[in-house]
Write a protein that binds this ligand. Structure first.
Ligand code: NAP
Length: 215
């Protein structure tokens, strides 16, 4: 499948490399098609990797992953054009963080709204699934923990889009991913990022993930 990645940072690199490792073709998009971080990633990643602008990545991708800084996400989507993403699966890995309060960051919106819902409003014709936002970039692909694989929680309004995401997750080493419902579930998943970050600061460690236990 052809995957567009929005974002040239660590999350864009992790997801881009992950999709390529599973046989997909990836275009990493940024504001500038000559972005040095994207170019360096593409050289490292071989023939399935390409770089371009956000608009190039949107046009290229049959599905797209959003890995932009929250404050740049609307701008990135505007540069791409919502119509270029119409009908497509958009995997939203962003967290709507604000850093004005110092560390840990706070959420720009919550309780009655979420970044995931905002992305769906910006892209009304796209099939947005919130996913990947509750874990650090180093564990997004092939998470490896002593007590077995962690759980990825995801949500979105389109059932077929979520089936596709579950298939990607299984291929990426998340065999027990949990669908928590419609995109409003992002109101729960985005605070989980803050919990993940707070625990990281407290323990000075960044390799942890969530697991749902049952009996
Ligand atoms: N880091 C993690 O482990 C982690 C884990 C889960 C979720 N997340 C979330 O994933 C997203 C990406 O994280 P990251 O650490 O990879 O991010 P990052 O390196 O800080 O930024 C990623 C991208 O944001 C774009 N960007 C920044 N300002 C912009 C603007 N004004 N207009 C358009 N684009 C703009 C940049 O575009 P250019 O390429 O053009 O500069 C860059 O490619 C964030 O929302 C983060 O909260 C991060």
């Amino acid at each position: 499948m052809r995957i567009g990645i929005f974002g040239t940072g660590v999350v864009g690199h992790a997801l881009g490399t992950g999709f390529i490792s599973r046989g997909h073709d990836v275009m990493m998009g940024g504001r500038d098609s000559a972005n040095a971080k994207a170019k360096e990633w593409a050289v490292r990643s071989g023939g399935r990797a390409r770089t371009g602008t956000f608009a190039d990545a949107a046009a290229f991708g049959e599905a797209v992953a959003l890995a932009t800084l929250w404050e740049g996400t609307q701008h990135a989507l505007t540069l791409a054009g919502a119509d270029a993403l119409a009908g497509k699966l958009v995997m939203d890995a962003t967290n709507p963080l604000v850093f004005t309060t110092g560390a840990p960051p706070a959420l720009a919106l919550g309780h009655t709204d979420s970044g995931g819902e905002q992305v769906q409003r910006w892209l009304p014709k796209s099939r947005v699934v919130k996913v990947f936002n509750i874990v650090g970039h180093t564990e997004m692909i092939d998470p490896s923990f002593e007590h077995g694989p962690p759980d990825m929680f995801y949500c979105g309004n389109d059932a077929a889009a979520k089936v596709q995401v579950a298939e990607f997750l299984e291929a990426f080493g998340w065999p027990s991913a949990i669908d928590i419902g419609g995109i409003e579930g992002a109101r729960l998943l985005e605070p989980m990022c803050i919990l993940w970050v707070v625990y990281g600061f407290k323990t000075n460690g960044w390799h942890h993930a969530f697991k749902m236990l049952r009996k």
